[in-house]
Ligand binder design. Sequence first.
Ligand code: GDP
Length: 514
Amino acid sequence: TLEEEIPDHWEKLPRPPIVVVMGHVDHGKTTLLDTIRKTNVAEREKGGITQHIGASVVQLPDGRKITFLDTPGHEAFTSLRARGAQITDIAVLVVAADDGVMPQTVEAINHARAFNVPIIVAVNKIDKPGADPQRVRRELSELGLIPEEWGGDTIFVDVSAKTGQNVETLLEYILLLAEILELKARVEGPAKGTVIESKLDKQRGPVATLIVQEGTLKVGDPVVAGTTYGKIRAMFDDKGRKLNSAGPSTPVEVLGFEELPMAGDTFIVVEDEKKARQIAEIRKQKKEQQEKLSRGLMLEDVFKKIEEGELNELRLILKTDTIGSLEALKKALTELSTPEVSVRILHGAVGGITENDVMLAKASQAIIIGFNTRPDLKAKEAAEREKVDIKLYSIIYEAIEDVKNALRGLLKPVQKEVVLGSAEVRATFKIKGVGTVAGCYVLDGKIVRNANARLIRDGVVIYTGKIESLKRFKEDVQEVARGFECGVKLKDYNDVKVGDIIECYEVKLEKPSL
Ligand code: GDP
């Protein structure tokens, strides 16, 4: 692997902890992060406006730093389990003292545990009259988070994110735990880390927020992230200041990627841009193969709804790599509409598949089609969570074929008659216990036993039923072909006359073609 190529003779030095704030909605995560950022000395001096880059660095008066990932809600879990290396060192679990342990509190604990991230509990809103920090301790103890003061090993800090009470103590404890964890990284050598956010900026192109985990990232560095590559053209810190280099635990916003890397991708600096491109290409091919294998899923629920008449259209969300492919697909897919089921593009745009696309698909029962684009990590997780299907293509024809087949599957099958053959009645025989048997000559096709039959006299159908028995000479046969004679007994019918025509047919259920 690329990492193995990095020499390991560099010294490992202490680095700032990377912290995520988790907890139940409304327990005060956002407020706590805001208050923490205000304790930031550098910012206080500047009267600072923090630029949102998905992470921020807080510096204490003594110079020590903590990096906070600002990923609210579900995204906080994402940052715990980004592919590749783990990013988060410590999880701050915010629990409102007036509300206690709630479902997302439990969810947060489970996620942190699943990824072996140690938890510090911030018992919040202690300024409120109904606050009961002891109850929070009891409830969390039951979940295995036992406060140190009760002989356990979990740090609990009672805070008020609103008034700022004890927030600096919380930061002290975070740094204390970081020291215990002995968080270290090499400062020298090529940088590697994780992409935590990415977006396409109209003016600046792909913009990615990276968190450096090892080494030092410098402007001009050739870099690979997931299946994309680039050369760091410019770099900014969380306060929007231009940087030339960034060491371990530093979040930076960078320009210079050729395409959008995905949140959760790991990045690594390589020798030169050519190598970066080659690696990205190989990874891309591998990925496309994997995606091809996982294709073929369709939103079964959507289909059921359409089949049950609850929906009368196939709704699509289209994300493509270029305006050209977007227009081409829009046109081709819309043209697949049938009178029964129309194809409607709810949203079509150039760019990666985002969580918003997934939410839209979910809300509107649509299927997402990505052409030469990919879902980012958040979108992938949302799609899994919300059970929304994302279909990825790199060949326009395949996308069209799939939708076409899907629509065909949706069309109501119609009964279609296939005439098998006809025969002329040349003689009739009344047979005791059987009825009237027609001695026939097969004019065309074949007469088949048990097939549907109708009797035509002077061009008028006077009977519809079945061929009950079919004989050649005395033998029962399955079918008799054109040019042969046979004996036919029609089911429940005995008034056959010489000169009548017996037509034999079958009925098939067929999906109408598009
Ligand atoms: P989040 O959903 O966890 O990010 O919660 P927010 O930070 O948005 O807070 C939810 C509500 O609780 C807001 O109205 C906050 O003003 C309020 N809140 C947060 N922290 C405190 C606190 O320490 N004390 C009091 N009284 N209110 C708080």
